[in-house]
Design a protein around this ligand. Structure first.
Ligand code: MTE
Length: 300
């Protein structure tokens, strides 16, 4: 257990749902500030209103089920998600097959309400349930030489009709630097809106990195490999000019085909006003120091 902070609030603190949700967000913000900023003044984050269940589960990118935004909701139901295990290998002290049913009882599950920003300029606010990736890494014991973490999605053609087409180099892979992976905001999510995560959103377990574009948040993870060099990532392999390794939400760096300076909220209506995108998706205070001294136009 990372054991970075203790939640001192009790159920008696929880009154109306709206206040409850906002309060949880403030706790998440305090935790991140305290754990990462080490002595820096923690700040109360602005309140976030989550999007609806419909909005979050019926408009997805999960290319293993097709490239249409409604394909995953239509086709992912056939995916078998139980039993499930994650292979943890590479530069770890205890490599092996970790059954999800064994992992979960050892993890501190909590709710995190995060902004979520996809590259095509839509954004939403999602209440995830999960545990910190750092805790899972500690379970396997990261070797001192490790510098990066590679992730891989299940590849099961008989249940994933989209992989019949070479739109991406299957299996879907992603990667983080070890310090990004260990950051307290980085979550392995197993639930959403207090329900098990639906297949189209990456059941039974997916990554959530709230300061990066949504495509870094790899779904249905079956392998985590600790490495000593930057691992390949699916979108970078598909189009290196458009998708870099870092993929931080950065309104100052345009995607070659569109501006990333503003965003439109899912559920805000077709004519909803675009609003300015925040640096690191609003998590600048928590994560900017990870990139101190780096040129973020080079490392996009
Ligand atoms: N993971 C896998 N395995 N396959 C995918 O196609 N799409 C990514 C990411 N994770 C994807 C994936 C993209 S482009 C986005 S925007 C998010 O998942 C979408 O997550 P959501 O459906 O929960 O909104």
């Amino acid at each position: 257990m990372a054991g970075r902070w203790t939640n001192t609030l009790t159920r008696a603190d929880v009154t109306p749902e709206r206040l409850y949700l906002n309060r949880r967000q403030i706790i998440a913000g305090l935790a991140a500030g305290a754990a990462f900023g080490g002595g820096t003044q923690a700040r109360a984050q602005e309140a976030l209103e989550p999007n609806s269940w419909e909005e979050i589960t019926s408009y997805n990118n999960y290319y293993e089920f097709g490239t249409g935004k409604d394909d995953p909701a239509r086709l992912a139901g056939q995916l078998t998600t139980e039993p499930w295990s994650i292979e943890i290998d590479g530069l770890v002290e205890r490599p092996g097959t970790y059954a999800l049913s064994d992992i979960l009882p050892q993890m501190t599950l909590e709710e995190r309400i995060y902004r979520f920003r996809c590259v095509e300029a839509w954004s939403m606010v999602v209440p995830w349930q999960g545990f910190e990736l750092a805790d899972l890494l500690d379970l396997a014991g990261v070797a001192p030489e490790a510098s990066h973490v590679a992730f891989e999605t299940l590849l099961r053609p008989e249940e994933m009709p989209g992989v019949a087409r070479p739109v991406l180099d299957w299996p879907y892979v992603e990667g983080l630097r070890l310090d990004e992976a260990r950051h307290p905001l980085t979550l392995m999510a197993t639930g959403i809106y207090n329900r098990p995560i639906p297949n189209q959103n990456g059941a039974p377990i997916r990554l959530v990195v709230p300061w990066k574009y949504g495509f870094k948040s790899i779904k249905s993870v079956v392998r985590i490999t600790l490495t000593d060099s930057e691992p390949p990532t699916s979108w970078n392999k598909a189009n290196a000019r458009e998708y870099g390794f870092y993929s931080n939400v950065n309104p100052e760096v345009d995607h070659p085909r569109w501006s990333q300076a503003t965003e439109r909220e899912i559920g805000g209506g077709l004519f909803s006003k675009r609003k300015p995108t925040l640096m690191f998706n609003g998590y600048e205070e928590e994560v900017a120091s990870l990139y101190a001294g780096m040129d973020l136009t080079e490392n996009f």
